[in-house]
Design a protein around this ligand. Structure first.
Ligand SMILES: [Zn+2]
Length: 161
């Protein structure tokens, strides 16, 4: 039943990893957790309008894995909006491939052709920044020390996880 999970390559680190509905107090807030690989599938297919076969190749996963990520991710997003939940982007089974060591761009993710060198590879599982206060985690990016980051949830300084 449990197949070994393949590492998915992702090319996009979102500048924002926490979305909170306005007017809902922390106490009543429910969270839905979207993984980075689910987000990447949604980004490639729904935002970049890439074909599934192409997106699967890009992430180095089968098309069935890709469509599962897509289906799960879309469902979470839909439920979060329908139910007024916060969306936390966290975890997943992936390796972050950064285009040319570019930092956290808030703009569009770039589509790499096959050419050129991929910049630094920041770890997915393993390389994380963690919030010492609330436990929020996100993947660390090479060249961006965790201490320089603020937890999007509680604004504390992050530490190396
Ligand atoms: Zn925090």
């Amino acid at each position: 039943m449990a197949r070994p999970r393949r590492i998915r390559r992702i090319f996009f680190q979102p500048g924002v990893t926490y979305f909170k509905p306005a007017g809902v107090s922390m106490m009543h807030l429910q969270e839905t957790v979207l993984s980075f690989d689910e987000l990447e599938a949604i980004r490639l297919i729904d935002s970049e309008r890439m074909e599934q076969s192409k997106a699967g190749k890009k992430m180095k996963i089968s098309q069935s894995t890709l469509s599962r990520l897509l289906r799960d991710g879309r469902k979470k997003l839909a439920e979060a909006i329908v139910n007024g939940q916060a969306i936390k982007i966290q975890g997943g089974n992936f390796k972050m491939v950064q285009p040319r060591g570019r930092g956290l761009g808030m703009g569009r993710g770039r589509v790499l052709g096959g050419r050129g060198r991929m910049g630094g590879v920041a770890a997915g599982p393993g390389g994380i920044c963690k919030c010492p206060k609330c436990g929020y985690e996100e993947p660390s990016v090479r060249g961006q020390p965790c201490m320089n980051k603020k937890c999007p949830k509680c604004q504390s300084s992050m530490i190396r996880g």
